[in-house]
Design a protein around this ligand. Structure first.
Ligand SMILES: Nc1ncnc2c1ncn2[C@@H]1O[C@H](COP(=O)(O)OP(=O)(O)O)[C@@H](O)[C@H]1O
Ligand SMILES: [Mg+2]
Length: 210
């Protein structure tokens, strides 16, 4: 069995990542692939326990460096116990947020130097990276309005001021510019079906379909 494919979905709050992840999971399964849908922070019992520490409480509960260490502790567990074994058996792994979210939230928007994040990432993951990253790009206000319309409790990150969310959007676009071979930007104003079609067409071009 050849190695599977690792696709990550990135973007701000309410951009439609979770909705897109489900649609991609269905479409890839319909083509006969084994699909593992997962999310960060979380995806394994240890990482989900860390997720609760990361998403609950005041916006300023953790410093950016403490947050980053917790995120990479969760990510290392997730990669080692779930993602790598799935890729090794040939599955397509679709992960709702991954390392780029740390670069955008704790780095570009949170003020932690990118070299520090990269040093922690190298120690935790040793260069493991997605085959393809789809960035759902949406204005911060539109995204926050969509997130609010879900009617769920506001997370620590949604509670940050709106300039933080504008910096996030720019950070994801900058990552896509820096790593155009790994990343593709999608216009998240598209309605869900059209967004999923656009995403599948990028997957077909970059990785081939299952
Ligand atoms: N492409 C889209 N167009 C319009 N609304 C969307 C779209 N994708 C998701 N939504 C709605 O917006 C809200 C946030 O979507 P969600 O997938 O939870 O975003 P995220 O996971 O990026 O925070 C949900 O209520 C969802 O139904
Ligand atoms: Mg989501």
């Amino acid at each position: 069995m050849s190695r599977g494919r690792f696709i990550t979905l990135e973007g701000g709050e309410g951009a439609g990542k979770t909705t897109l992840a489900r649609a991609l999971g269905e479409a890839l399964r319909a083509r006969g692939a084994e699909v593992v849908l997962t999310r960060e922070p979380g995806g394994t019992p240890n990482a989900e326990a860390l997720r609760a520490l990361l998403l609950e409480g005041d916006a300023g509960r953790w410093s950016p460096i403490a947050e980053t260490l917790l995120l990479y502790a969760a990510r290392e567990d997730h990669v080692r116990r779930l993602i790598e074994p799935a890729l090794a058996r040939g599955a397509w792994v679709v992960c709702d947020r991954f390392s780029d979210s740390t670069r955008a939230y704790q780095g570009a928007a949170g003020g932690l130097a990118m070299e520090r994040i990269e040093a922690i990432e190298a120690a935790a993951l040793g260069g493991m990276a997605p085959d393809l990253t789809l960035i759902a790009d949406l204005g911060a206000q539109d995204g926050l309005a969509r997130a609010a319309s879900r009617g769920e409790a506001v997370t620590r990150f949604e509670a940050h001021p709106s300039e933080f969310h504008e910096r996030l959007r720019q950070a994801f676009l900058d990552i896509a510019k820096t790593e155009p071979e790994r990343c593709a930007v999608l216009d998240a104003r598209l309605e869900p079906d059209a967004l999923a079609r656009a995403a599948l067409s990028v997957i077909e071009d970059r990785l081939g379909l299952p």
